[in-house]
Design a binder for this molecule. Sequence first.
Ligand SMILES: O=P(O)(O)OP(=O)(O)OP(=O)(O)OC[C@H]1O[C@@H](n2cnc3c(O)ncnc32)[C@H](O)[C@@H]1O
Length: 178
Amino acid sequence: MSITIAVGSTNPAKTSAAKTICERAFPGCTMAAVEVPSGVPEQPIGPDQTSTGARNRARAALAAVPGARMSVGFEGGVDEEGNLINCVAVVEAGGRENLTWGVRFPLPPAVVARVLRGEELSRVMDEVTGRNESKKHQGAVGILTNGLFTRAEMWQGPLACALMPFLHPELYPAPVPG
Ligand SMILES: O=P(O)(O)OP(=O)(O)OP(=O)(O)OC[C@H]1O[C@@H](n2cnc3c(O)ncnc32)[C@H](O)[C@@H]1O
């Protein structure tokens, strides 16, 4: 039976990663991308806001897509040390949730200074590199690696790892509900 998997974003750097991994993990699945609130600032600062955003997006996407069996939330943030951090949440209709982290790398100091003063990372990256909406394309990771590793590729690893308990429920006993 084909399952529906909701994704809490329409950003192509996220939806393409979700499609690539989920279609391999659950052949024949249907993907549904929906814009949902993250419940955290547009530019999350620190791991708590970043993981909360990922979890909120996954929960909201599951609720927004009728019949969805599972959902995915991706959230990027900047930590106080000036690293870009990336969190993935997967939520199952039964209530089981899992959270994983993607790559964490230092952003250029001049970019960090502006973000920690309140600017949004993607706007600063676009301005500094003369691009438009880079967060939907290469992302900071793609720009800073000269395309060796794009934002869509970057999300694939942590999403695959976030699926581990759902692919191996016999090895990951579910928490007792409530
Ligand atoms: O459409 P949505 O799903 O909201 O995608 P987003 O890229 O705007 O949202 P995120 O929650 O993933 O990231 C929060 C902010 O962090 C910034 N950001 C995160 N990762 C980035 C990256 O790789 N490149 C550029 N900006 C990034 C960007 O400013 C985002 O608005």
